[in-house]
Design a protein around this ligand. Structure first.
Ligand code: CA
Length: 242
């Protein structure tokens, strides 16, 4: 059973065409008790993501055959919500925002320290299985949160009007965190610390804005006039309950 995973050993797929970097990532992740699979171009990465069902993907952007953005976008369109961390070669703000907009969870800028990579993997890896499909029972036992939105915290699924919404782990965690503290405003720094589990924040707070925007597109009837996740200008975000 090549796909069988124990609780202790999560599978990380490394998609990186520079073999020396792929090797050092593998070495350091295996030290931390992860299983590691490697792919050396975008097409192989996409195939392995589909076949091996990894718990997290480290995805280089500049890859032969298919760039990392396309791999990420295809997986998300297929409804695959595996946590994806992009490896970006430059401090290009555009690359970071584009990556987050197409559904990546996080990014690491090269050159990176192994400590940073391991910390990001640990912060992003799926702690609970996120089922891809809704069951009628999961919808029935979901807790109403507000309006027609309901959350089943056992199955980690979110429903609007009884219909499951496909969220990434980070989107799910952001929504459940805000919804469990209704009407309380959290700054972007608060959210980076509480939801992303980052001890340091820097300029990464834009990650919060992009994730909120993506979440609104999924849960709000009109993302431009949201009714669930609202902005308190200059202060942060909150989940509105009347
Ligand atoms: Ca590359």
């Amino acid at each position: 059973m090549p796909n069988e995973k124990t609780e202790a050993q999560k599978l990380v797929l490394v998609v990186e065409d520079e073999k020396s970097i792929a090797d050092i990532l593998r070495f350091n992740l295996e030290l931390k008790n992860y299983r590691v699979s490697a792919a050396y171009d975008g097409e192989e990465g996409l195939a392995k993501a589909r076949e091996e069902n990894p718990d997290l993907i480290l995805l280089d952007i500049m890859l032969p055959k298919m760039i990392g953005f396309d791999v990420c976008e295809i997986l998300r369109k297929e409804g695959n919500n595996v946590p994806i961390i992009l490896l970006t070669a430059r401090e290009e703000e555009d690359d970071k925002v584009k990556g987050l907009e197409i559904g990546a969870d996080d990014y690491i800028t090269k050159p990176f320290s192994m400590r940073e990579v391991v910390a990001r993997v640990e912060a992003n890896i799926r702690r609970n299985a996120m089922p891809q499909r809704a069951s009628a029972a999961a919808a029935d036992s979901a807790m109403p949160v507000s309006g027609d939105l309901s959350i089943n915290t056992d199955s980690h699924q979110v429903f609007r009007a009884g219909k499951v919404i496909s969220l990434t782990q980070r989107e799910y965690e952001l929504l459940t965190f805000l919804a469990s503290h209704p009407n309380k405003v959290y700054s972007r720094v608060d959210l980076m610390e509480q939801v992303w589990n980052y001890g340091y924040v820097g300029d990464d707070v834009r990650t919060v804005d992009v994730t909120v925007r993506r979440l609104r597109e999924k849960i709000e009837a009109d993302p431009a006039n949201p009714q669930y996740i609202l902005t308190r200008r200059g202060a942060g975000y909150y989940f509105a309950v009347n």
